[in-house]
Design a protein around this ligand. Sequence first.
Ligand code: DMJ
Length: 689
Amino acid sequence: MVDLVISEVKFDEDLVVSVFETNIRVLGGLLGAHSMMLELAKQATRWPNATWARSKLLHQYHGELLDMALDLGNRLLRAFDTKTGLPYSRINLKRGLDAKSRASDATCTACAGTLLLEFAALSRFTGDPSFEIAARGAMEALWKGRRNDLVGETINITSGRWLRTDAGVGAGIDSYFEYLLKAWIMLDDPVYLDIFNQHYDAIMRYMRRGPFMINTPINNPGSMARKFMDSLQMFWPGLQVLKGDIEPAIETHKMYFQLAERYGFSPEAFTMDLKIHWGNWPLRPEFAESTYFLFTATRDPYYLRVGKTILDNIRKFTKVKCGFAAISDVRLKNHEDKMDSFLLAETFKYLYLLFVDPKDLLFNLDEYIFTTEAHLLPVANPGPASYNLAPFDRVVLQSRQINVHDHACPNTGQWSGGFAYGISRGWLGGPWGTCAKYSAPRKSNSTRTVQMRIIQSDPQPYTGRYIPPEELDLSKPLHVSFLKSINIYIQKTDEGVRLLFQAANGDDKIKAVESKGLAYIKKLIELQETQKRSEEGQERGQVSLKIVDSKDGVIAKVEGGPASFGPNLDDIYRIYDGDLVLSSDLDGCSPVPENQYLGRVVLVRRGGCMFIEKVRYAEAAGANAVVILNNRAVSDSHFTMSGDGTDDVSIPSVFISQDHGAALEKQISIASDKLRAEVSGTLFSRLNS
Ligand code: DMJ
């Protein structure tokens, strides 16, 4: 096969191709095959009598595949001739950027963000840094465009603006995240881990709903962008294994398996009740890929059974005379005349690796990284001595400091966050094998990694009554003690309250407590879902804020986000007003002397504590209303501030954008006289103007 590729494949064709597909399938294929030729040549000395070790091809190989890769790489590189560093999505292999390839200045996030592994490998194999520099530049441009730490699906390569603003872990974006994490592993560059972790945090916060990963708009994170999921996201649990966050991976993978069991294959898109949205299955690898990674982490034979189901169904329903056919509807199991290259490159490779005894592999897989097309590229290849990394020093991808837990592998952060009921337990202690092999060498010189802890639960003594979920009131200490007794802990964030279930791995008594805790969490989730459904019909509208100067009258009018607590201004025809004052401690998270805000409207910044806590403190000090300023540069006038389950405030609050907030703070500082603020429902405010 290699000799056929060398003699037959030419790239000097007047043909417009996708930069992304050509990179992952062709360039990655050439570089992967080149890596394997080098590896086999090395192994041949250990197995001198094996037939493959004596093959003429192996002994006569002089890097022809790499020459071809360099030729192709130079052709693809021409797509990067843009102001932003984001490449055009298509290129003419012979002519470069021709009219057809320039016709669109839109590209998908995955298209621009899935080049770095192949381009860096090409650079390091050849000693020419231009490829790695270009691919790093594209990563940087995507990172710069993030909103709420999320990225959209399509971006304009000239302006760097998002064209489609839905974020997800599936189609259009998937492998951008994959390449961030794998770039850290392959290039040993921690900046990519930081960036990945920052995205990961937002993804898990805004997209995860139980086992489901739901697309969300980047400007209104947390809401649902659509009601179905695409099957490309099924690679995600595999990536979570690499990150070391095994528990949600197990849970989501189980949901995918239910689909595969129900329909034989994973339909291209499906809904939260596991119904089909798009019914085709083009022989995709993602589910097998996650199954393989979870097996490496857990060694749980359950994954072998999953793999067998996949394999049996492929054999039974897709095999045709000259290959395997894509399925056009998983319900009917009818065929399409199509077999994509990823069936061989990925689907079969992952299935083979799932079942193979590692002893039978010729070389150590851990020295390689799988590209998104499952080609193998060497990890930490420093390149020839002449390879100059200096240009990368200029590429500083600013990222914020993140939690030490995010750098631990396995992830030591939130052990279980509430949705983990029903997951298999066989993995405790297991994931070391997978992630330690990448992170261990870095531990000695990193101050951020922490040792893994398997939490040994110790239930708290509690003698009170069982508190039914519908009566639960987190402001009551007794209820909190009850939760602790079943291993549920409360975490307050500025987004709301989170209940964390702490997993146990101890004796039977602890396990019994654990199962009570899981059952309780499950009931709470069901209750919450029911409440959410009934609240959906009664969402609150925006809130109007007017700033009035005693001389000039109304000097500013803003519409901001409502709170889910306090009076519902949609139904109240009155204005809550008062002199506008800045909170004494900017974020308003501590008690204020009585009457300090009497009759006033208080301005506080987001962060530091929950929204409702700020409002409670202000009300206790006599305030008439609270204005909360966003501390992030995003437009979120539709954001609704959540409470903590106890609605005990009677003054309204309004959430306004960072821009409006900065302007307001400035106005207060320069105003010669006192400013007044008026807070009311928008309808009422419009009727009155
Ligand atoms: C593969 O070509 C790659 O894995 C890509 O990143 C997205 N998925 C397809 C196969 O489904």
